[in-house]
Design a binder for this molecule. Structure first.
Ligand code: HEM
Length: 292
């Protein structure tokens, strides 16, 4: 087992212990958010930061990715962006003094042909890695578990078949993608599906749509089938030059958390209304009450 798998197992075990002691609770609060947040914080080696404030800020920042703007005022989002910059900038400055065996120290030291990242470039990269590291995986965990609760036959199958864990995560990524849209701007004219797209167009590709395209997946594209043979061919991590760099990390967390949860609690049930974040692109639950 790799070092990161051990860390994830440890964090999942503790979260499940808490859930068990309490008899249940909000799965987003108890597992889906804290797990990826702790993992990316540890990998980056982020110095202590005001987590509650950071979460509020990223909750606003992810609205930047919404197609057609967002109901929140542009000013609110710009203010959140500026505050986030300060927060991460301060953490990096502290890191210069408290170096460690972590990604942040490596990024500070990174040099390419004598070229170093400027402070502002470093802040932008780290903020992106940090937010991409948890705001996506939280949706994989909550959306994946909800999909299983809504498909009890598949939940039962997974519980009885640990060998299915890897494929199950691929199918959950396909069926309930944590990121629904990828964005591109065309540099040249393109022809796609008989349509001409001129140069300079903003293109929103529906990853969720492609993941359920019956022409590719067949007539059962809309069904959750954890043993689907080609499940791994989903496009939930995008494609091409911008393909997600955190896919493997997300898969590890999904496999250990979802497999661990369903096997630890045979009586796992939804225990109240799901609340959604209201987003199109990073669509996900903000509350998922369960009893165990
Ligand atoms: C289930 C979890 C995740 C999903 C569904 C996801 C999905 C995506 C998608 C759709 C893209 C855009 C790809 C494109 O435009 O073609 C992306 C990019 C990216 N992701 Fe993820 N991601 C996840 C987890 C992570 C994690 C854990 C990290 C960090 C450790 C991460 C870091 C990034 C970064 C830095 C990019 C930008 C890559 C680039 O533009 O070159 N992601 N991800």
């Amino acid at each position: 087992m790799s070092g990161i798998e051990l860390v994830v197992h440890d964090l999942v075990d503790k979260a499940l212990d808490d859930l068990g002691l309490a008899g249940g609770g909000d799965l987003v609060e108890k597992l889906a958010f804290p797990l990826p947040f702790a993992v990316i914080t540890r990998i980056l080696g982020m110095p202590e930061i005001d987590t509650a404030r950071l979460r509020e800020l990223t909750g606003l920042l992810i609205r930047l990715g919404e197609p057609g703007g967002d109901s929140r005022s542009k000013q609110d989002i710009e203010a959140a962006d500026a505050e986030m910059f300060e927060l991460v900038s301060d953490a990096i400055s502290r890191k210069h003094r408290e170096r460690g065996d972590d990604l942040l120290t490596a990024l500070i030291d990174a040099e390419d042909d004598g070229d170093r990242l400027s402070h502002d470039e470093l802040v932008a990269q780290v903020a992106m890695l940090y937010v991409a590291g948890y705001e996506t995986t939280v949706n994989l965990l909550s959306g994946g578990i909800l999909a299983l609760l809504r498909n009890p036959d598949q939940l039962g199958l997974l519980r009885a078949t640990p060998d299915l864990d890897r494929n199950a995560i691929e199918e959950l990524l396909r069926y309930e993608p944590p990121v629904h849209l990828a964005r591109r701007i065309t540099l040249h004219p393109h022809r796609v599906g008989g349509h001409e797209i001129p140069a300079g167009s903003v293109v929103l590709a529906s990853l969720a749509g492609a993941n359920r395209d019956e022409e590719f997946w067949g007539p059962d594209a809309g069904q959750l089938r954890l043993d689907r043979e080609n499940a791994r061919r989903h496009v939930s991590f995008g494609g091409g030059a911008h393909y997600c760099i955190g896919g493997m990390l997300a898969r590890i967390q999904g496999r250990i958390a979802v497999g661990g949860l369903v096997r630890r609690f045979p009586g796992l049930e939804q225990a109240g209304e799901v609340r959604w974040n209201g987003l199109l692109s990073l669509r996900g639950a903000t509350h998922l009450p369960v009893s165990v």
